[in-house]
Design a binder for this molecule. Structure first.
Ligand SMILES: *Cc1c(COP(=O)(O)O)cnc(C)c1O
Length: 480
């Protein structure tokens, strides 16, 4: 069936979609949205609201019958496709067995099994240089990515406090252009002005180290040299603030919300060494890049680095239910064992370790085995590289970069990275609308278009995605 072009839409379905749009706008306040753009209806600043009726593999099916390829995995959460039947069936079974139980004082099989499975696949440093680092050993659950980051930050701080360090270590080092979520603590270690600037007076002080982002490399400089420079700067900062810092928090390999900016794994190895030298924790935020997005199960594997705290969420449940997991070392866990309750980690969320979410996560992990997902993804990633190559030749392309199942296209005025488009031109929004008209949901980050599709995407869908991307870029930049 034709998916979009020339499809004769049923008038009733279109009217129905319109009704949903008005009912929505009467009552809903959407996330990360200037609502005025939805209310505008038409014009260069209008953002169309898409009522979605159902999902099916890589497709989203709208209320009016149109189908859209979900090129962004619904904000990077969906792994194996929408309404994946095995995950859906597992959740249904779990819902009629045990839907929720307080995890303080109680236990249940999905929470235990998931912890065992996550620890078994967690990144591990190859024995040798460090004499074999003790593996990640404990799992603390939260119910979304930001909450997971809060858990990791509080754990790191509290561990030093329990150890009795005086003066107190109260600071975190994070990377420029990093993103770790929207709650006050997570926002404090984030460095994206659009999300942070307004709330700056509310935030705790963090120390920002230069990003190893290869896009910022000097002319002719390699990605690795750029990473080494950033690591040198990190070394200086850590020296300067020695004794004040609890942890370094970073997104391994790809700063996703920061525009899918990518760096060389050498940075992670240096960062790991520097954290060891200073006796501080390395918190790896793999909330977006975990579960195969960069080609390996976890991004840290590509650097052979094991963090002290690993934050997981987004794809953890295959994109079905909110859940986060913070993996910690035995040494961190042991730092809280005491007769005093105050030395315990008295953090909780009502839905901590929800059985439905844990069951969904177990079903998602099963699919990695059943469908040979990582191996299949290697073929898909090669196909994505081949399809992205000709787009690199279009005008206005400053950079095309890839890490496994993530491909990003950075648009600039003359294809010169030092000459970005005037934000008032809303190039990203134009590209979004142009891609939608071609049946593809591509939601750019500023002027960066990217592909981060569900892993079930097939060759024909990838080809359609590439065609729509090229056309959307041409249409969006025609005004420039
Ligand atoms: C999305 C994201 C978060 C926050 O997760 P939420 O579930 O949206 O709170 C944190 N870190 C990274 C790297 C993310 O991409």
């Amino acid at each position: 069936m034709s998916t979009h072009d020339g499809a004769i839409l049923d008038d009733r379905a279109a009217a129905d979609a319109d009704r949903w749009r008005s009912r929505d706008l009467a009552v809903l306040w959407h996330p990360c949205t200037q609502m005025r753009e939805h209310h505008l209806g038409t014009g260069p600043d209008a953002l169309p609201l898409l009522p979605i009726a159902r999902g099916e593999g890589a497709w989203l099916v709208a209320q009016d019958g149109r189908r859209y390829l979900d090129a962004v995995s619904s904000w990077w959460v969906n792994l194996h496709g929408h309404a994946e039947p095995r995950i859906a069936a597992t959740i249904a079974r779990q819902a009629s067995t045990l839907e929720q139980v307080i995890l303080a004082g109680c236990s249940h099989p999905p929470a235990v099994e998931l912890a065992e499975r996550l620890l078994a696949i967690a990144p591990r440093e190859p024995a040798g240089n460090s004499g074999g680092r003790a593996p990640l050993a404990k799992v603390f659950y939260a119910d979304n990515g930001s909450a997971g980051i809060e858990v990791a930050l509080k754990m790191a701080f509290h561990w030093f406090r329990n150890r009795g360090d005086e003066p107190r270590r109260t600071k975190f080092v994070a990377l420029q252009n990093g993103y770790h979520g929207e709650t006050i603590g997570a926002l404090s270690v984030g460095d994206i002005p659009l999300y942070r600037r307004i709330y700056a007076p509310l935030l705790m002080d963090a120390i920002f180290a230069p990003s190893p982002d290869a896009y910022e490399a000097r002319d002719g400089q390699s990605a690795q040299a750029c990473a080494e420079d950033a690591a040198d700067a990190l070394a200086h900062l850590l020296d300067e603030h020695a004794g004040e810092i609890c942890a370094l928090v970073l997104e391994p390999l790809v700063q996703c919300a920061g525009g899918m900016r990518m760096h060389h794994p050498a940075y992670l190895r240096r960062a790991r060494e520097l954290c060891d030298v200073h006796g501080i924790f390395l918190i790896a935020d793999e909330i977006a890049v975990g579960f195969g997005r960069t080609g390996t199960m976890f991004a840290c594997e590509q650097a052979g680095v094991q963090p002290d705290l690993l934050c997981l969420s987004k794809g953890l449940t295959g994109g079905f239910l909110p859940l986060a997991a913070v993996l910690a070392t035995q040494a961190i866990y042991d730092g809280f064992l005491d007769a005093s309750r105050e030395r315990a980690f008295l953090h909780s969320h009502s839905y901590t370790g929800n059985p439905l979410a844990c069951a969904a996560a177990l079903a998602s992990l099963d699919i990695f085995g059943q469908d040979n997902v990582l191996e299949r993804n290697r073929a898909s990633a090669a196909r994505m590289a081949a399809l992205a190559a000709p787009i690199r030749g279009l005008p206005h392309l400053a950079d095309v970069r890839q890490a496994g199942m993530i491909v990003a296209f950075e648009l600039c005025r003359d294809g010169d990275r030092r000459a970005p488009f005037d934000p008032a031109l809303r190039i990203g929004l134009r590209a979004y609308r142009a891609a939608l008209a071609r049946g593809v949901l591509l939601r750019p980050l500023g002027d960066v278009l990217y592909w981060m599709p569900p892993y079930c995407i097939d060759d024909a869908q990838l080809a359609m995605l590439a065609d729509a991307t090229a056309a959307a870029i041409a249409e969006a930049t025609a005004c420039a």
